[in-house]
Design a protein. Sequence first.
Length: 453
Amino acid sequence: MNEKYVVSDGPPSDSKISHGRQRRCLGVGGARLLLALLAPGLSLSGCVAETGSQEDRVADVDRNQEALAAREARDQLKALLQKVSGSSQILTGQHSMLWDAPWGSWFPTVRDEHVLGVAGDLPALFSSDFGDFAGAHVQHRARVADMALAYAKAGSIIQLSYHMCQPDAANGCGFDTMHGFSSGNRYPGWKLDELLRPGSDLNVEHLKRLDEVAGYLKKLRDAGVPVLWRPYHEMNGDWFWWCRQPRYKELWRQMHDRFVNYHKLDNLLWVFSANSWGTNWGEPPDAYYPGHDVVDVVGVDVYVEYGHAYDQRTYDHLRKLAGGKPLAITENGQMPDWQSIRHTQPGWAYFSTWWGFESAPSNPNYRYDLAYKAAGALTLADIDLETGSPVLGEGESTPPPPSSPDYPACASTSSDPDGDGWGWENNKSCRVTAESGSPATVGGYPVCASKSS
């Protein structure tokens, strides 16, 4: 599809991102042909039918045009992710919460303003969440959709998650309640059985909460905004109520059926998002993978701060599980060193730094050089949803030398306190190489090579 997004003036809640189509009555033949292509088996009398108001008939055609626009936008985003994945390029991303932007001023959030100030560019991907908060914040969930609309208007890719409370706890129960489980205290299996049993009290309450969030996602669908939808994440861990549940696949498919078949949310790409596994951090996610037919992207949450790593083992395992689907770093604390892993782990399509970590000690300024300024890193200015392609090329075939004008050799190994091979000297990233000298010490502590260290 070649039309650019067309966005009307007015507040985000009223925006229509329509792909440039004019809404008009197509006539009997045109309307029937359109509906035959869009929804086989759906009958429509046409614009000059003898029954029903003209407004209703035009609305029917409008709804189907919107459905087509949503599917085309979704497929366009899917093509973009597939193109980036495997190309040694990566889409940069940042997570913000609903309180990170003043009311009515949705773009950019304070999180992205920090990124812009340090990296000089805005991320390509905006991520947010309908949950992960309690009490009064629940009534403001609609703000998440408004923020997403504003970011989509600016050209961003949208990822949304839902830290969802268990149906036997209050809606908006808070992170501690939904997160208060462990290997010795898992959410009872009989409650999940009841949740999945049609007509039970837990089933009715759970579907009610799904329907609430579906309403916000419909707002994005009707505006032609595709969404990377990331539910029930970190299922291979021990902390959420949905973690390591034997019927997890059914839980996923229940939501998929409700959203896609009941609510007709054709704008979603479904993101299966595991936790990085290892000692005390879960197990491989294979037993919980719900199937290629209900998953579009396979991702992992990586927090180096908690002992995780951007390791080759995890990447290779997920690549095999994904079976050719795009891979993603769906949450991260410390940002990835893209310059170092882009050729050994080229399948990552995007990363998304969790809120608060963009300014954490684990992400000093030089980390932004490694993640945002590395070759192949794509920011908001680098993507073109019109063509489903990044502006940049297919990525370099060979990594740059350890020392180059862009990344000089560090004068001292003391500039690399975390030992990852990258340092920060004279307000610029540097590479620790054989040229880097051993630091002098004072009282057992190494002397910094530069005040900027």
